[in-house]
Design a binder for this molecule. Structure first.
Ligand code: ADP
Ligand code: ADP
Length: 223
């Protein structure tokens, strides 16, 4: 990820907010980076742009060496589906689908054949140790179990990049540590991770901490 002089505004009828102000960051392949800073400093906005969920007003964004700043929604979505996995604070599982079906969904979007889907879903459910709950619905699981399912869904397409927005924010410390351990294992296997967190404890799992203030990078420290 190589972002240079990124600017992002939100415009409503009365006000214009500058959410990101000439921000530049560089994340190398295989790195684990934590992004910290007070509420409103632009962390979620940055994560949305890095994840190709939102566009930018000016600046450059090289993803894997490709300039994506001017990509339209269709091209962004294509790149996103194959290369990026998301983990959210509130898990964002679909309540009407089973654990298995939730994790299978990204493979359906990328048109993976059914037999291969079954194999890949079972493989990641084993990895996050939730195979025994494959036919349960999200509401039947604890928060920690739901987040493990969400991590499985994020990695089932074998993305190069995982973006996590406060992945332990709704978990007690035991479950939180389990999820951080899982992210660390994925990073050790080569996946790049960018994680927004308010937790200094969780940030210590990262190689590097980017501290933001008012839409800019304030400083970077070793995690
Ligand atoms: P966090 O502080 O956990 O990063 P926020 O409360 O900033 O989360 O944002 C939650 C959601 O609300 C996001 O989708 C964000 O885009 C949206 N949001 C945040 N601030 C505003 C705002 N001033 N107007 C409209 N939507 C907003
Ligand atoms: P953080 O994630 O660090 O809490 P955000 O990226 O959510 O910060 O927000 C950065 C700034 O942009 C804040 O001033 C917030 O109110 C504003 N903002 C975020 N989303 C929206 C939105 N959809 N519409 C208008 N303003 C927004």
């Amino acid at each position: 990820i190589k972002i240079t002089e990124l600017q992002k505004f939100y415009r409503t009828e009365e006000v214009e907010t500058m959410a990101l102000n000439n921000l530049s960051i560089h994340v190398k392949e295989g790195e684990f980076v934590a992004v910290m800073g007070p509420s409103g400093c632009g962390k979620s906005t940055l994560l949305n742009i890095v994840g190709l969920l939102d566009d930018l007003d000016s600046g450059s964004y090289l993803f894997n060496g490709i300039e994506v700043a001017n990509f339209n929604e269709r091209k962004r979505s294509d790149l996103r589906k194959h290369n990026i996995g998301f983990v959210f604070q509130s898990f964002n599982l679909i309540d009407e689908l089973t654990v298995f079906e939730n994790v299978e969904l990204p493979l359906i979007y990328t048109k993976v054949p059914a037999a291969e889907r079954k194999k890949r879903v079972e493989e990641v459910l084993e990895k996050v140790q939730i195979m025994h709950r494959r036919n349960h619905f999200p509401q039947q699981l604890s928060g920690g179990q739901q987040q493990r399912v969400a991590v499985a869904r994020a990695v089932v397409n074998r993305p190069k990049l995982i973006l996590a927005d406060e992945p332990t924010g709704n978990l007690d410390s035991n479950n939180g540590n389990e999820v951080m351990q899982l992210l660390t294992e994925l990073n050790e296997a080569g996946t790049t991770i960018v994680m927004v967190t308010h937790s200094e404890h969780d940030a210590r799992y990262a190689d590097r901490i980017i501290r933001m203030l008012d839409g800019r990078v304030l400083m970077e420290t070793v995690g």
